[in-house]
Each structure stands twice: as C-alpha cells, then as structure tokens.
Design a protein around this ligand. Structure first.
Ligand code: PBE
Length: 301
C-alpha cells in the first residue's frame, strides 16, 4: 500500500489512536534492544532528539524534564528535518530513539510510532491550530482576512499534502494539487470573498512540515483570488515578532493553548487571533513501537 493511501485512509481519530496506542507490556523497561538489558536512558545516551530551539514542543520538553525529574537527560536541538533523518536511521536498524513528535505529521504514517503517556500533563492535551494576523489586517485586506477566518481543514487534509511533499513533490505543487482536488473545501473558505487585483500578502512561517503544508495551501488559494503572495521562512520567535510588528500579514502556525503559550503571553496584545484552522492536534514525546516503554515516567529508570 502506498504511503499516501495509508495516510489518507486513516481518519483523524484513528491517526491519533495510532499515536496514542500504548504497547501495554510489563516487561523490563529496556530501550528496545533485543537483549533487554540496561535502562532506556543508557540505550539512547540520555538524549531526546528535538527540533529547532524556538519550537513550543522544545519548551514543553524542558518542562517534562523537570516534571519527571529527568535531570540526567538532555534535549538535543536541531531541526525537523534532522530529527526525521535521525528517526529514519534508528528505525531502519531497530535502534532506540526518543523524539519530539506531533500530529499531524507524516512520520506517524511512515513509521509505527507511539506517544509516551504523559501523566503529569507537561504537553497539555488536545491543541488547536490558530490563524494569527497582524493588527489592522481586517481593515487593510478584508478579502484575504475573510479567507483566513473561513480557513478550516482536517488532519487527513493536511496529511495528504505532507505525504506528497515527503515523497518528493515541491510544496507549491503539492498544495496546488490538493486545492484542485478539494475545490469543495476551498469554496467554503472563499465563500463571499471578492477577487482582488495583485494586492500583496505576506505569510511568515517556520519550516515545520505541518506549516509548510498549510502555508503553501492557503498561499495557492489567495493567489487564485488575485493576491500576490510572499512566503518568508524564519524561526519561531521571529515569526511571532514579524506579525506583532506588522512586517508580515499572518501566520498559520499558532498552536494553542499550550504549545505557543509563551509567545502569546509575550505578543498577544499585538496579534489578532483570527480563527481556528484545525482541532484535535497534539504534541508529545514519541518512540518507535518496538521500544519497550509506554510512559515518560519510564525514562526515570
Ligand atoms: N510543532 C509544529 C510546532 C508547532 C507546529 C509542534 C513542531 C512547535 O512545537 O512549536
């Protein structure tokens, strides 16, 4: 079965269930090596493989390290691409690895992964993705604003775009294809919106796979309405700064209420929380199914 089929065939609930499934084994908590000896910490050198330092999931993981007394552990930063490369390398050899994971993400369809249970709630619960604009956007670009208000899709929609990109399509091409094939959904976003004539619009985003997908899709939709759309890729802090100071029009990456809480506290009064584009998203620590641990608590041993 192709990766795409596998992904799109699973509903959001099923995907989450896959992600949340615990393996329920009571065997000694080892890092997944067949010998079963040694602690999981030893098996991964007490390292959690993270992404870019500004990501909310990194802050949540530092919080988890405190909440679960994991003072021997280190969260290694890098990028989303470096993390998925490390995951592939480990997975191909059935070696243990602990990563910062989130849904929607193609990694859950490509690999058999599970989230570690989080009884302390360091990662919050179900999150939403918010569309966030600069102050004054509604007055300046009412047509684009209305699209952003009406923009709403599901995990499997974003998943289809992500999988295409992961399989080698250019983000722009994957987005155009999705828009062509899902005109009924796009029609809901553009309902009551008039065309414009080359007005400029600037999105700012971080190269997280989920946001590469969403930003390219909405770019395509605005371009079809006559906008000239620029995408600018930065780190998470500068992304919020750009919308707060008005140098970018909007971002589609507002993971709330927990993931980007700190950014909202810092910039909230200079931002327009336009709407929610997706519900039921999630962040957490994830490991391959073949690892013999179920909970973040198991990292203490
Ligand atoms: N993510 C994807 C981001 C938000 C979108 C979960 C990696 C973060 O942790 O900030």
């Amino acid at each position: 079965m192709s990766l795409k089929k596998k992904f799109t065939g699973l509903g959001a609930a099923a995907l989450l269930a896959v992600g949340l499934a615990a393996c329920g084994s009571d065997d000694a908590k080892s890092g997944g090596d067949s010998s079963g000896s040694g602690s999981v910490g030893e098996s991964v050198n007490y390292k959690i493989t993270g992404i870019d330092p500004g990501a909310g999931i990194m802050e949540a993981t530092e919080r988890a390290i405190e909440d679960y007394d994991l003072e021997d552990w280190e969260l290694v930063s890098g990028s989303g691409a470096a993390m998925t490369a490390a995951l592939k390398k480990a997975y191909d050899k059935e070696e243990p690895i602990i990563i910062t994971g989130w849904n929607p993400h193609w990694m859950f369809s490509k690999y058999d992964l599970k989230y570690l249970e989080d009884p302390e709630g360091s990662y919050g619960g179900e999150e939403e993705i918010h569309t966030i604009g600069r102050l004054g956007l509604k007055e300046d670009k009412p047509e684009a604003y209305k699209v952003l208000q009406q923009f709403h899709w599901k995990e499997e929609d974003m998943g289809a775009v992500m999988v295409d990109i992961q399989e080698g399509a250019k983000p722009e091409d994957a987005a155009k294809k999705w828009v062509e094939e899902n005109q009924d959904k796009v029609d809901e976003w553009t309902k009551g919106v008039d065309k414009v004539d080359g007005d400029k619009f600037k999105f700012i985003y971080v190269s997280w796979d989920s946001e590469i997908a969403s930003t390219n899709v909405v770019k395509t939709v605005l371009e079809d309405l006559g906008y000239e759309v620029e995408l600018s890729q930065v780190e998470a802090g500068p992304m919020y700064t750009a919308v707060a100071d008005g140098s970018a029009d909007a971002l589609l990456a507002g993971w709330l209420p927990v993931t980007h809480k700190t950014y909202l506290e810092k910039f909230g009064d200079k931002l327009d929380d336009i709407g929610v584009s997706m519900e039921g998203v999630k962040i957490g620590l994830a490991v391959p199914e073949y690892m013999n641990i179920d909970s973040i608590e198991d990292l203490k041993e």
